[in-house]
Ligand binder design. Structure first.
Ligand code: PMP
Length: 420
């Protein structure tokens, strides 16, 4: 029988624990480099100007009410989300082989995909899910919670602070045929390291050869490079190569709609005879509808309405692209600024460098997106927190959004001091 007394205490989520510790720290110059949300140059949350506009448009609509959305979500939103991720002229959309469901942001989209695969994959036991090492920590529990086995593929090379392409390819080659491979579409979290186009092609070749299933997680489209098409390149490439695939899409970062939970799950069937793939896609959509109904019944309305207003209006869409460039541009500037400051300090005093590999900070500017994997050790991270009141995850990941023109010198001074 169930006994509440047998339920052990679970550890606190490390990231949310970090946020709590930061909030409770009274030190005036404290710096939050843990948070995975954009901050402006004054370390404040930023409401995108285009989101403010869309909000006003939404509120002035006399027809606005609080009715339920359809199970699959707001149609104008899911349609626009498809075009955004696959390209407006995508043959997959044209052929009717994309099934899209509005989800509880990116997390809900990954979950819906995981649940669908756990339930409908023809193999028993279902194939193992391969996650990059490291990956967004939540991937581990989202996939295991639906009963799927997980494994790792090498991703980050501590030596080069770049992609371990050889390790990645050889592990995918050796994985049992038909495995599920989770790929970060752009701005890999936590490393900030993305494959080049050539490397993506090599990854696609191995996935094809082994009959694996590519599962894309896209949480940073447009936020990574400032260019929506560039950040969707890998997904569009795989789709153009005729893969059957799925995509978990989040609008948390690129619209700054974190708490509104706007996301989408897309299933893209392989381009068999058009009629066949339409039937397949329809069947898949019908099953997703049942899963969605039992899980959340229907998705939340507000965030999808905001995104939909912007995505479906060319003028607002252009303003959104400008806002994306503002965010990605500020982050790129901070990357360069931090790198320059660290390198200048090392040049100015190279007398007592303890760890030679930490004298090179080129990876800060070659990495992309919200995060940088600094290469700082767990003990260095601890000193940064205890002595300098600078908060980051134990693996040395820093959120570039937490750096601004007011704290960048302080952060550089602190990092420089712990590497000596
Ligand atoms: N996947 C990855 C890789 C992420 O970094 C995130 C955001 N931290 C998500 C998915 C989902 O976030 P959300 O549910 O807020 O959209």
């Amino acid at each position: 029988v169930f006994s509440a007394a047998n339920v052990p205490q679970a550890p606190e989520d490390p990231l949310f624990g970090l946020m709590r510790a930061y909030r409770q720290d009274p030190f005036a110059k404290k710096v939050d480099l843990g948070i995975g949300a954009y901050r402006d140059d004054h370390a404040k949350p930023w409401i995108l100007p285009v989101v403010r506009k869309a909000d006003e448009i939404l509120r002035s609509d006399p027809e606005l009410n609080h009715e339920y959305l359809p199970i699959a979500g707001l149609p104008q939103y899911t349609g626009a989300a498809q075009k955004l991720i696959l390209g407006a002229d995508s043959p997959a959309i044209h052929d009717g082989r994309v099934a899209t469901f509005q989800t509880i942001s990116g997390t809900g989209a990954v979950h819906l995909g995981a649940l669908f695969l756990a339930k409908f994959h023809p193999l028993r036991p279902a194939p193992t899910v391969y996650l990059s090492d490291p990956t967004w920590a939540n991937h581990n529990q989202i996939f295991t919670n639906v009963g799927l086995q997980i494994a790792k593929y090498p991703y980050f090379s501590a030596q080069t602070k770049g992609l371990d392409i050889d390790g990645l390819l050889s592990t995918l080659l050796a994985a049992p045929a038909g495995s599920i491979i989770v790929l970060h579409a752009c701005a890999h979290n936590p490393t900030g390291v993305d494959p080049t186009h050539d490397q993506w092609k090599q990854i696609a070749t191995v996935i094809r050869e082994r009959g694996h299933f590519p599962f894309f997680d896209c949480a940073y489209q447009g936020f990574a490079s400032g260019d929506l098409a560039r950040d969707a390149w890998a997904i569009r490439y795989f789709v153009s190569q005729g893969f059957e695939t799925c995509v978990a899409q989040s609008f948390a970062k690129n619209f700054g709609l974190y708490g509104e939970r706007a996301g989408a799950f897309h299933w893209i069937s392989a381009p068999d005879a058009a009629a066949t793939s339409q039937v397949t896609t329809g069947n898949i959509a019908s099953q997703l509808a049942i899963l969605q109904r039992s899980e959340i019944s229907n998705p939340p309305a507000y965030g999808s309405r905001i995104a939909s207003i912007v995505l479906n209006d060319p003028q607002l869409f252009a303003e959104w692209e400008e806002d994306l460039r503002t965010m990605s541009g500020r982050i790129a500037e901070m990357r360069l600024g931090l790198r320059q400051r660290l390198e200048a300090r090392i040049l100015a005093d190279s007398s007592n460098i303890i760890n030679g590999s930490q004298a090179n900070w080129a990876h800060i500017t070659s990495q992309i997106g919200m995060f940088s994997f600094t290469g700082l050790s767990e003990s260095q991270v601890k000193v940064l927190r205890e002595k300098w009141h600078i908060y980051m995850t134990k693996n040395g990941r820093i959120s570039m959004a937490g750096i601004n023109s007011h704290n960048i010198d302080y952060v550089a001074e602190a990092i420089d001091s712990v590497i000596r």
